[in-house]
Design a protein around this ligand. Structure first.
Ligand code: APR
Ligand code: PHB
Length: 391
């Protein structure tokens, strides 16, 4: 098999890249190891920056998002039994975010690609990336019990944190920056209307809690738990009781319970692989970097990477200049590190380290008080949350 751009992975990064290349008249083949139903149902985040919705719309993938996505003009911070709302448009000159689940973004992009794009092969596992240092990189893969090879001009590794493409970067030419946190998130989906019409980020002595949503009748809720927690060790009643404690305020706020339909635990880590390129292999999305989910940046970073790659390749085709392709890694990493900084700040602002250091607790509360009383501090959060512009 022969193509211009071999894309490994059909998460949001790989799917959007295939779409952007199709729109630019560049052919690609996508290899995805899992089946379509799995990719369409895997629960992930759901906050789209304005830049992300603009890109999806321009790529022709915004129709259902514009109908069903929920525009959010702020978030609520809860701490010390109080609430504080951060008003995004007022602080950023009109910017907001959209709540539209990653599962839905993936469904929309898969439908488009199947209708009018290049090959998108499910249950096709890339086994390696070979000859990345030459101008004919190759991806051996297994599909329907047979082994085949995809020969490309470029390979983009969109295969997530556990994929194969990062391994094709020879040891010694790359560098990893990493932080693991001693906690994870227990995430649940519940068939109950969200108790607030915007996301609520809560700091509590017992740990962090978050209210998000999937629709006006489905809540997505998270609790900070120790890193190696088994989701089955939490009963539904225990989850609701803990949510009630961590979101508690001094006003008349009440939590309505409902059936929990899904539970899982996600570990939290920060990770960056530099550079994001080796020869004709480009890394994008979770294959190159992970952020803890507190800043809701994972999906938006993946979008930034593939937009940067698609523009750079189109530029190369139009002008013959490889200048933008050569700048790919540095361009992406500037944005990546801003997201790493923000996600780490949000995480340490709101989570309680096991064993809790009383000095850290006081600092956290002081940082939250500062956010609640200084427009400058709040603006910093609002600008980062609604997203930095693509270069
Ligand atoms: N061959 C083919 N496909 C593979 C291989 C392989 N060897 N290894 C992994 N994959 C596929 C996975 O099955 C998955 O569908 O690559 C895809 C990677 O998708 P994601 O993990 O979703 O990563 P990405 O597209 O970079 O999305 C960015 O945003 O909300 C955040 O972290 C969240 O997934 C999210 C991310
Ligand atoms: C989600 O909706 O799953 C979500 C929202 C905001 C976050 C993380 C996850 O910061």
């Amino acid at each position: 098999m022969r193509t211009t751009v071999g894309i490994i992975g059909a998460g949001p990064a790989g799917l959007l890249l295939a779409r952007l290349l199709h729109v630019a008249g560049i052919d690609s083949v996508v290899l995805e190891s899992r089946d379509r139903a799995y990719v369409e149902q895997r629960q992930r985040a759901g906050i789209l920056e304005q830049g992300t919705t603009d890109v999806l719309r321009a790529a022709g993938a915004g129709e259902r998002m514009d109908r069903e996505g929920l525009r959010h003009d702020g978030i609520e911070l809860r701490f010390a039994r109080r609430r504080h709302r951060v008003d995004f448009p007022a602080l950023t000159g009109g910017r907001s975010v959209t709540v539209y689940a990653q599962t839905e973004v993936c469904k929309d992009l898969i439908a488009l690609q199947s209708k009018e794009g290049g090959p998108l092969l499910f249950e096709a596992e890339a086994l390696a990336v070979e000859d990345a240092g030459t101008d004919r990189p190759r991806v051996p893969f297994r599909h329907e019990g047979r082994e085949d090879v995809l020969v490309c001009d470029y390979v983009v590794g969109c295969d997530g944190f556990r994929g194969v493409s990062r391994r094709a970067v020879p040891a010694g030419t790359g560098r990893v920056f990493e932080r693991t946190y001693p906690f994870g998130w227990l995430g649940v989906l519940a068939d109950v209307p969200p108790f607030h019409d915007e996301l609520v980020y809560a700091r509590h002595d017992r740990g962090f809690a978050l209210l998000s949503m999937r629709s006006p009748v489905v809540s997505r809720l998270y609790l900070q738990v120790p890193r190696d927690t088994d989701a089955r060790s939490w009963s539904d009643d225990e989850i609701w009781a803990e949510l009630e404690r961590r979101f508690a305020t001094d006003d008349d706020w009440r939590l309505e319970r409902g059936p929990i339909t899904q539970k899982s635990v996600t570990p939290m880590r920060s990770f960056v692989h530099e550079p994001m390129r080796h020869g004709r292999l480009f890394l994008a999305g979770d294959a190159a970097h992970i952020v803890p989910p507190t800043g809701a940046k994972g999906l938006n970073l993946a979008v930034g990477d593939v937009v940067t790659f698609a523009r750079a390749l189109a530029h190369r085709r139009l002008t013959g200049s490889a200048e933008l392709l050569d700048a790919y890694s540095a361009t992406c990493l500037r944005r990546v590190w801003q997201a790493e900084r923000f996600s780490h700040d949000m995480t340490t602002l709101l989570h309680r380290a096991p064993g809790g250091d009383p000095f850290d607790d006081r600092l956290q509360l002081a940082r939250l008080e500062r956010l609640a009383s200084s427009r400058a501090a709040e603006t910093d959060l609002a600008e980062a949350y609604t997203g930095f512009a693509f270069e």
